[in-house]
Design a protein around this ligand. Structure first.
Ligand SMILES: [Zn+2]
Length: 276
């Protein structure tokens, strides 16, 4: 779209909206600029920025200076640290480039959404993975009720959590930071899975099963494990398999229980949120 020289010029309102839409609290780009700089700089800078962006639109060309990114390798938390393949590259793009992108996105998104396949839930405005969870649960229940075999395939669900497993909100669309179930604490993965008292009755039996699998082999009591290890067992036990001296059969049994727990808590939470 930028390459077409017929791109209509941006106006001040579009620029303001684009700046507002960027996430705050992010790392500075390669020039040391963050979105906060633009937010607090004021009117004068906005005028200059608008001229700059409109030159991009007018000439149909993004200057090379806006294409420079800051690449950081982030360990995927599995495998050998010496293998480059076990790192994911995260590139921080220049803030000004993101503004150009946001203006174009805001222009084309209403049209794109009309044609977009309705199935993917991530990266889609006003949509959430929660909707999918609801459908999934319905199908699951229906099959259980009618005694039908049910197979659920989750693609790469581990990878979604491998970078920062702790201390981040699970559901971006959650209407508040605080856990809806107990109203006590921030809703993080660890809170939901091991801490939240509201899910104790769901969690307890599954943890008992996991504990008996652990005890069978090496006398490990769940409560004696650190929170970090507990979460690791639930999210991806392969990381601590050796440390806990578990064989692959035990690992797969525990993995099954861990998935069950995640599913049960997730569905219970989903139901709670959907209550009128
Ligand atoms: Zn809670």
């Amino acid at each position: 779209m930028v390459k077409s020289k017929k791109t209509p010029l941006a106006n001040h309102k579009e620029l303001k909206k684009a700046i507002k839409s960027l996430n705050k609290g992010k790392s500075a780009d390669i020039y040391g600029i963050t979105v906060e700089h633009l937010i607090y700089a004021g009117e004068k800078l906005e005028q200059l920025l608008l001229r700059l962006i409109n030159l991009v639109f007018k000439h149909g060309c993004i200057p090379d200076i806006l294409k420079k990114g800051l690449l950081t390798p982030v360990f995927k938390n599995k495998g050998d640290r010496c293998h480059a393949a076990n790192y994911r590259g995260i590139t921080v793009l220049p803030v000004v480039y993101k503004i150009v992108k946001a203006i174009i996105r805001d222009r084309i998104q209403p049209r794109v959404l009309q044609d977009q396949n309705p199935t993917p839930r991530g990266f889609t405005a006003k949509s959430s993975t929660l909707n999918t969870a609801l459908v999934m649960e319905e199908v699951y229940r229906e099959n259980v009720d009618s005694n039908q075999e049910f197979e659920l395939v989750l693609l790469d669900v581990k990878s979604a959590f491998d970078v920062v497993p702790l201390r981040y909100k699970i559901y971006k669309e959650g209407n508040q930071e605080i856990c809806n179930a107990c109203s006590q604490k921030e809703e993080t993965v660890e809170h939901l899975l091991i801490e939240c008292k509201a899910w104790d009755n769901i969690r307890r039996p599954v943890i008992n099963d996991i504990e008996s699998l652990l005890t069978n082999h090496s006398n490990i009591e769940w409560e004696s494990l650190s929170e970090g290890i507990q979460i690791q067992i639930l999210m991806d036990i392969t990381m601590v398999q050796r440390q806990l001296r578990l064989n692959s059969e035990e690992v797969s049994k525990i993995e099954h229980q861990a998935r069950r727990l995640i599913f049960l808590i997730h569905s219970a939470r989903c139901k709670l949120l959907l209550q009128p």
